[in-house]
Design a protein around this ligand. Structure first.
Ligand SMILES: [Ca+2]
Ligand SMILES: [Ca+2]
Length: 190
């Protein structure tokens, strides 16, 4: 069973991704994020990199939906809860985490504009913008995700944050704040 904390985070995540709030997420929602990612770096991006961004977001969609090996066109909130519970929370020993980590690494490198292998607060804000998350709590979230308090988010810190966001049942896990404050989003809970 998912805890209220896990459900609250997944509800926040679902609403972030379901941009038109029609109650289902589709691959087009992930492609919308890809388009945002491209726009944010339009000045420096070549055609190949643009295509890679789209492929990466397509992979994110597949990670979420290919759990039973069959093609899924859309998922609703309750299906997301089931997937999160079966794939991420109950099967932590499988290669699910390694697969997710690989995608997370690609995303991390994409937003690491100056290639210093860390995300600055500005680079982190680009990520929030791409996922259409609010900025209001960005400073607080950034400081929480920066576990060693060196003023930057390393790849390991980022991987930890993503995994905690998807799975943690601990109210104190910094990764709960990956996309800002999931408790004070612009949406009323449920
Ligand atoms: Ca950087
Ligand atoms: Ca750090």
């Amino acid at each position: 069973m998912l805890s209220d904390l896990q459900k609250n985070k997944l509800s926040y995540f679902f609403k972030l991704i379901d941009y038109n709030h029609d109650g289902v997420i589709r691959s087009s929602d992930f492609m919308g994020i890809a388009e945002n990612m491209v726009v944010i770096k339009i000045a420096t991006l070549g055609d190949i990199e643009t295509q890679q961004v789209r492929l990466t977001m397509e992979k994110c969609w597949k990670i979420l939906t290919n759990s039973k090996g069959k093609l899924v066109h859309e998922i609703n909130y309750h299906e997301l809860l089931q997937i999160a519970e079966s794939q991420f929370i109950n099967n932590q020993a499988t290669n699910c985490k390694q697969y997710l980590d690989r995608i997370v690494k690609v995303l991390f490198k994409y937003f690491d504009d100056n290639n210093d292998e860390h995300l600055s607060s500005f680079e982190y804000m680009s990520l929030l913008a791409s996922f259409r998350a609010e900025f209001r709590h960005a400073k607080v979230s950034f400081e929480l995700l920066d576990l060693n308090k060196d003023g930057l988010i390393s790849l390991e810190e980022f991987k930890t944050a993503v995994w905690e966001f998807m799975t943690s049942d601990n109210q104190e896990s910094p990764g709960n704040h990956l996309f800002g404050n999931y408790e004070q989003s612009r949406w009323v809970s449920n």
